[in-house]
Design a protein around this ligand. Structure first.
Ligand code: G3P
Ligand code: CA
Length: 367
């Protein structure tokens, strides 16, 4: 019961704020139920998608044009930018709004270090919303993980969403492909609290780049809920509800004490289906836990239940390094094989070449 009341308090006012600006972006005033019905009628089985997670981030610094292009060259169907916003309202690709782990901001702007509360956590560092785009363009993107290629000799920039779309368009035109983008809106509520609206700008950029009608080439993701509900009511883009740690809550539902675990109950899934047609669960959501005695993974009922509601399912994150692979598996190829055969609709992968190779190996036995 509590789940059915998730959104009622938040939605109306915020929605009014968005409606006025969305007429440029392929928008409709579709009700939740008609949207779900429409999608049920149009969805059909398809080959799982390979999504270049933060680009080919296993090889190149995440969220750089070079990483996205490498992902496309490796055969990815979609590239995934995480979106945050600069002080002057430009969408750029970074995984967090605190950018010192993935750029050299600390050495370029040493005196801009500060402490803020972001989603109830005290964070000290350098925040993208404190910098103009011109300042962000002075930074070099860097590898965040010590065990991945450092590429120190190369100068990578922080790309804007517009630049990423241009790169995808150019690649598609040159190679006759239809690669899409699956942007994730980061920290939606927080950014709005400082006067920056990521959703509105995302739709504006998509429209500006003439992607308003490319509905099969765009999925929009978020760990929050209210923003997806708003987008469902005002756009035709496919929406992906991300599912984080089962014990945690979407930030905008925290006060209602709704956890991600609650959201994958049958009641929770039905609520999500009113606004989103896809789920982005951490891959562990789909398997039986504590299965260490066996030599293979065992599926639980989450994917089956989601399928009954005609969700598409895009689990994250697939990585080649053994410590990221779900136990008792140790081989990334086996992990992909398990999830492809389980029936997922796509995988977020740091190593799109491995994801493509594994897909080719099992494609003939997928229905
Ligand atoms: O968006 C899917 C996956 O990327 C979610 O995790 O933290 O890598 O953005 P994260
Ligand atoms: Ca993401």
């Amino acid at each position: 019961m509590i789940i059915a009341k998730w959104f009622k308090s938040r939605n109306v006012g915020a929605l009014l704020g968005l409606v006025g600006v969305l007429t440029v972006a392929g928008c409709v005033s579709t009700t939740e139920s008609s949207r779900a019905t429409e999608e049920v009628q149009t969805q059909s089985p398809r080959r799982p998608l390979v999504i270049a997670h933060r680009g080919a981030s296993g090889y190149l610094p995440e969220h750089t044009l070079e990483a996205y292009i490498r992902g496309m060259e490796m055969g990815a169907d979609f590239v995934e930018p995480d979106l945050v916003m600069t002080k002057d309202g430009v969408l750029v690709a970074r995984h967090e709004n605190e950018i010192s782990d993935t750029t050299n901001v600390a050495s370029v702007f040493p005196d801009r270090k500060t402490t803020k509360v972001i989603e109830d956590a005290k964070v000290t560092g350098w925040f993208v919303e404190d910098f103009t785009l011109a300042e962000v363009k002075k930074l070099k993107a860097k590898q965040r993980l010590a065990f991945r290629p450092q590429m120190d000799q190369q100068a990578f920039l922080v790309p804007t969403l517009a630049e990423i779309i241009d790169a995808v368009d150019q690649y598609n035109t040159k190679h006759g492909k239809k690669i899409g983008i699956i942007p994730e809106i980061k920290h939606s509520t927080y950014f709005r609290s400082v006067g920056l609206n990521i959703e509105k700008e995302l739709l504006r950029v998509l429209a500006e780049k003439t992607w308003s009608q490319k509905l099969d080439q765009v999925y929009i993701q978020s760990f929050e809920v209210g923003n997806l509900r708003e987008l469902a009511a005002t756009t035709k883009y496919s929406l992906v509800q991300l599912l984080g740690d089962p014990k945690e809550s979407p930030y905008d539902l925290k006060s209602k004490k709704i956890t991600y675990r609650d959201m994958v109950t049958n009641e929770g899934l039905r609520e999500i289906r009113k606004y989103a047609m896809a789920l982005g669960p951490y891959k562990k959501y789909l398997v039986v836990e504590n299965n260490a005695k066996d030599d293979s993974l065992v599926a639980n009922d989450v994917l089956k239940n989601a399928r009954l509601l005609d969700f598409r399912i895009f689990p994250y994150t697939f990585r080649n390094e053994s410590f990221f692979i779900l136990k008792p598996l140790t081989d990334p190829m086996k992990e992909y094989e398990f999830f492809y055969k389980l029936g997922v609709d796509g995988v977020f992968s740091d190593f799109p070449d491995t994801a493509v190779k594994a897909l080719k190996a099992v494609e003939s036995v997928l229905n």
